[in-house]
Structure formats: C-alpha cells, structure tokens
Ligand binder design. Structure first.
Ligand code: FRU
Length: 499
C-alpha cells in the first residue's frame, strides 16, 4: 500500500475526497477556503462544501462542513462575497452578511435523463462564514435549458455599483448583474470560437487588475476547461480585455496572441485546475491571490491514497505585465510561503560542461523545499534538472531551446501505473522567446512540484508519487557550450535541521 505523505505547505483534507477550491474570502485577518468535498469516501460523490481557515495561507485548520446537499441537489462549485452594505438584506449594518452563491446539481433529475439540472442558489452566514442558512426562495437563477450551467463567481463591480456574476456553460462564459445578490439579469456571453474548446468550460473568475508599472487597468477572465488542457485533461486558460458593465471585450493584443498560440494558459502542468481568487482582500493589501486544485480529472479518482485524496496548489499572487505589446499573467507563490523558508544550502558561480550533482544527506530537506536555480550562458540544447533517489526514481524538468519548450517529465518518477494517462508522456510549455539565461524557482512539498520559470512567466504544476524521498539534485547540460550556474539555493521550512 502506498503510504502517502501529507504536504506541509499545502492544504489537504484530514480525510476523504476533495476537488475544486470554492468561495475563498478574507475577513478580519483570516483566509477562508471552502472546497468540493465528499465526506464519506475517497472518490468523487455527492458534493458538500468543506471548510478550512488560515491566517498565513499555509497552516490550515479544518472546520465542520459548511454546506450539505438537500432535496434540490448536490452543492457544486461557487463563491463567497462579503456583503458590506447589506445589499441582500440578510444581515444588518452591524451584522455584515457573508453570502455564498453556488450551483445546485440535481442528481435525481440528471439520472432521470433531464438535461437542465443545474441552477444557482444562495446561502447566507451571520457568523463569519462558519454556518450557513440556505435562502428559502432558491434557486436565485433558474436553468435556461442549458446542460452545463454552473460555478458562479460574483464580484462587486466598483465602477457600476452593482454585483457581477460570471458562470460557465458548455463553451461560453455568461455574465449577469444584480443589485441585491438575489435577482439577476442576464447581460452577455463570451468565448464562442475563442481560446480552447476541447472540453466543457467550468469555474470562471473575473477581476480588474492594474498593469504592472503603468496606471492602466485591464480585466482578466479565467476560464477552466475539462478536458482540453494544454497537456491533456483539465486546464485553466485566461483572456485579457475590458469590461463595460455588460460585456467582456477581448483586447486586440490578446486576440493576436490567441491567433498565434490558440489559448493562453495559467499553468502548463497537468495538476492545477479550477483556480479562482480570494474575495474581499483589503485595498491596502491589493494582491490578487489564487489557488487551484492540484489534480486532473483524467486520473483524480485513481491516484494512490490512504484515507484522503486531493490537495490544493500553493496560493499564488497574479500580476499582469505588458511586454512587447503582449499582456501576460505572471504567477508566483505568495510571500507568506517564502517567509516560512530558510536558506539551507547555496552554491554560486559553478561552470558546468555536462553535469552538476548534489546529494542531500538529510533527505527530508528536499521533501519540503524551494529550489532556486539561476543559469547563464544558455544557447542551444537541453538543460535538465533532475530530482532522484537510490530507487532510480527520477523527476525531470527543464528547458529545451532547440525545439523551444519548457518541460516536466514524471514518466519514471515512482508510482505511475494507477492510470495509463498519468505519466504516458512529458508535459510541455511553449517557449515564446529566445533566452540567454534561465531562472527556476521550484516548490517541492511531499509529492508535488510547482515550477515557476523565469519569475513566474511560465508555470508548471504536477503531482508525483515517488516511493522514497528524492535526495539528489542534478543539472545536466546537453549543449556544446559550458553553462554558468550563477546561483543554486535550497531553502527548507523553518525549524527543520539544515544540511
Ligand atoms: C470542476 C467541476 C465543477 C463542478 C464541480 C463538481 O472540477 O466539475 O464544474 O461544480 O467540479 O464537483
């Protein structure tokens, strides 16, 4: 039996099954996270909303289930907003209501062969998000005869002074507005024939964001889909544009990028799905913090487990940059994660003609760590970093400048045979421009790697099931020219013995 090692920096449930993150909001110093939860088994089933809180985005406390299925259906994905002005009327000005908006999935109607069994519903909390009362007049948004009609994400539209909801249908995002969170008016749809369409669109998010180093604001639309991700199965794409209160208008530069690349991806690894952002982050903080489910519907129900299954990605901060007339999202781990790590090992200025290797005595240091690698003199070749152990299990990742791609390869990384699509091929991300140097920041946490290439310009997240800890890091240079490792740094979590 596989003895799973629980991640230390990532949220995982004490027991049973989880998938999408739901309803994240921040209030009074506490980050709330709900999640799709099946409390009776380690496979997907009747969905509840589990609940956890954290004050630092790393250490999570699990609380009792927040929402359970009822005769209207399972509780599918959705969001939570803090209704500061009590627009909904469920609270009062001294008792701010917390409002959850989610999808009811009527499994009985589905089994009966109905095609429109999903609707949107509301529940309110008057104790800060721990217990909820379902609204008696649910649903708040009936199904307009669409088979897929789910995963509402609501934000306050500051410019228009109303609430805005995005939700997904088969291959489109739908937009609705409301004054009171209970009555919703359809405004528009977006996405037909744009971006990736090889699966069902699910779990959208929308938000305005300031373009780095400018005073310009753009709107970002995240749109997950399954299957049809960049390396098979589940994936999350994004669009950049403007929002006029009714419609999302794709930016011309984004349109050009879509014509060139097909879609823009938040993450090119196989295990980051349904990412959405925290609501009610203070203006003073101003960060756009997101988090996704670290799995893929291609094999999520089959991964090795012992009593619990599923975990979330590290919380990431998104920024939007504009370079060479192209907008692009950059994602990096939130600084709370970095603050929890201390330097354990550094090397600088090492010239490598073919291979550099370092073995770590106390292997637990590599189990939960950040590896930072800065390489100069990149020319034409394959530049590969490998994590390995004495059982000959390897996880490779790196950059191939000949065929212009970043990659992560878990084909020989440990247990893989539980699904024939888990490790049948390596995952690749397009390298959009020529590089003379490579910077990698790799977050490793008991069975997952999150690779942030070049300051988060390209990200790849994958889970692994190595049966013995990795204890060796090697860097191979398969080009004809020496490379310079300017810096190699290993950081481990505080309170752990350094090497
Ligand atoms: C995405 C998803 C959502 C749905 C939920 C059900 O992973 O399929 O569309 O609300 O999971 O658990």
């Amino acid at each position: 039996m596989y003895h799973s090692r629980r991640p230390l920096l990532h949220f995982s449930p004490k027991r049973h099954w989880i998938n999408d993150p739901n309803g994240m909001f921040f209030l009074n110093g506490t980050y709330h996270l709900y999640f799709q939860y099946h409390p009776y088994d380690t496979v997907w089933g009747p969905m509840h909303w589990g609940h956890a809180t954290s004050i630092d985005l790393i250490n999570w406390i699990e609380h009792p289930i927040a929402l359970s299925p009822d005769d209207k259906g399972y509780i599918f994905s959705g969001c939570v907003v803090v209704d500061q002005d009590n627009t909904s009327g469920f609270g009062s000005l001294n008792q701010i209501p917390i409002i959850a908006i989610f999808t009811y999935h009527d499994a009985i109607a589905e089994a009966r062969g109905d095609t429109h069994y999903q609707s949107q519903a509301l529940a309110y909390s008057l104790d800060g998000g721990f217990t909820y009362t379902k609204y008696e007049s649910n649903p708040i948004l009936e199904n307009p005869r669409l088979k897929d009609f789910r995963d509402p994400k609501v934000i306050w539209d500051d410019a228009r002074h109303n609430w805005l909801m995005v939700l997904s249908t088969y291959g489109e995002t739908l937009f609705y507005t409301s004054e009171n969170l209970k009555d919703w008016n359809y405004q528009s749809s977006f996405g037909k024939d744009l971006g990736a369409h090889d699966g069902v669109w699910e779990c959208p998010d929308i938000f305005p964001i300031q373009v780095e180093n400018t005073s310009e604001t753009k709107w970002v639309l995240l749109q997950s889909l399954n299957p049809g991700g960049p390396n098979g199965g589940s994936g999350t794409q994004y669009f950049i544009g403007d929002f006029d209160g009714k419609q999302f208008l794709l930016d011309a530069t984004c349109q050009a990028q879509l014509s060139q690349y097909g879609a823009l991806w938040l993450d090119f690894g196989r295990d980051n799905y349904a990412s959405v952002s925290w609501s009610n982050i203070s203006k003073h903080d101003g960060r756009r913090i997101i988090l996704g489910w670290m799995s893929n519907w291609d094999y999520a129900n089959q991964t090795p487990s012992d009593g619990w299954r599923g975990k979330m990605t590290i919380p990431r901060v998104l920024t939007l940059g504009l370079h060479d007339y192209e907008y692009s999202i950059r994602a990096l781990p939130s600084e709370e994660v970095i603050r929890n790590m201390i330097k354990a090992y550094t090397r600088s200025n090492v010239i490598v003609s073919d291979k550099f290797q370092m073995t770590i005595d106390r292997s637990e240091n590599l189990n939960v760590s950040i590896l930072i690698i800065d390489i100069d003199h990149i020319t034409l070749g394959d530049y590969k970093v490998s994590l390995s152990n004495s059982k000959n299990e390897h996880l490779h990742f790196g950059l191939n400048t000949i065929d212009a791609y970043y990659y992560i390869d878990r084909q020989k990384s440990g247990l893989t045979s539980f699904s024939n699509v888990f490790a049948n091929t390596m995952s690749k991300a397009i390298l959009k421009k020529k590089l003379g140097s490579l910077q990698l920041s790799v977050l490793i946490d008991h069975g997952s790697v999150e690779i942030f290439f070049n300051n988060g310009e390209t990200v790849m997240t994958e889970i692994v099931f190595n049966t013995q800890p990795f204890d060796t890091v090697s860097i191979s240079n398969a080009s004809k020219k020496d490379i310079l490792i300017k810096q190699l740094e290993l950081r481990t979590i505080k309170n752990k013995i350094s090497i």
